[in-house]
Ligand binder design. Sequence first.
Ligand SMILES: Cc1cc2nc3c(=O)[nH]c(=O)nc-3n(C[C@H](O)[C@H](O)[C@H](O)COP(=O)(O)O)c2cc1C
Length: 381
Amino acid sequence: MKTTAPLSRRALLRAGGGAALLLMVDGCGYYAEGSGEAYAPWKFPDGETRPEWLAVRAALLAASPHNTQPWLFSVSPQAVDVFAALERNLGPMDSLRRELHIGLGCAVENLVRAARANGREATVAWMPEPADATHVARVTLQPAAPRQDPLYDALARRHTHRGVYVNGPLPAGVEQQLQVLVDEPDVRLFLLTSSGDMERFRTETVRATRAIVEDTEMHDAGDAWVRYFKEELERNRDGATIDATGLDWTTRSASKLLARPDPKTSGQYWIQGTEARQLTGSAFGILATRERNDRIQQMRGGRVYQRLHLYATSVGLSMQPLCQLPERQDREEQLGLASDFGHVLGELTGPGWGVQMAFRMGVSWDEPLLSPRRPLEWVTR
Ligand SMILES: Cc1cc2nc3c(=O)[nH]c(=O)nc-3n(C[C@H](O)[C@H](O)[C@H](O)COP(=O)(O)O)c2cc1C
């Protein structure tokens, strides 16, 4: 329904909140959470029964940096080939394209789990064509008995949760189970659960967030992937959204009605959100590999991240990546700066490991909201 009077968005907000008011301004670009074509892929499996297509539908529900979804798939009943869509990179926010490859690893994990749950053994060959760096994996499919898998069952319920978590210990047994799931070569999980380690991680993550915000090029590159309005959300079906910020309903609704904030203001919101909500929880995790800049190890790290998040979902725990520290480490390497955040990460893991991702885990007070996804037709060739 369109407004009949020429009210400004700010005037409407001043006039009071409430659902009726928001319905009135639908024509301004306000969008309801999780509804519309941008969220349709979450209706998984949506009647699909062919194993190879189920596998690809599962893959596109994977986590990716800033929801860039940097993937393309070529599908046949015998194999799914996975390609990097390198143009969907975060620029200076992912200076070394490291996170892009982690996201591809996340997609491969979902793909493999879905194939195995639906009657196909799935074998991954990384970088099958040395001459084509964009051809990142071939997943060969062979008929096999379907596997029962609680992580597969959690696939369409896994969402990044950026709200407040309870500050208490992890439930008994979770830490051991996480370590069992880290079974890719060269990948290791460092779980920070002591108050000293957790406080260090919090302090350094806030410091890294501030460093990113102060680095205009880096912050702007990330900000370009934030979708504020209905039109840009539906046109792109990607990116970070207001609904996925972890903010309360009133603040989210207000943000959708206001103009796009300038980069300085959005940077302040990010710092405030990090300090106020996003450092709560039971534990911080750091996923590291032997060679930080090795593409295959990055993708293996991505497989493990996705697996841990699926496991957390299956046992009712929430997760959120918090990658400001490794993002800043990349930027230091790109610009040839002295190692500040890289040094901090080295102290947290000890020598011989390169950090790929950091995250928090815990019990949240509410359910996370969905992020948009590009449809199958846009990501297959
Ligand atoms: C390599 C990588 C880095 C990420 N870094 C962050 C981060 O620093 N902060 C954050 O809130 N989410 C981060 N995410 C989560 C993505 O933003 C999220 O997966 C994406 O928006 C899609 O949402 P979904 O996970 O709910 O499906 C990261 C994801 C990946 C794969």
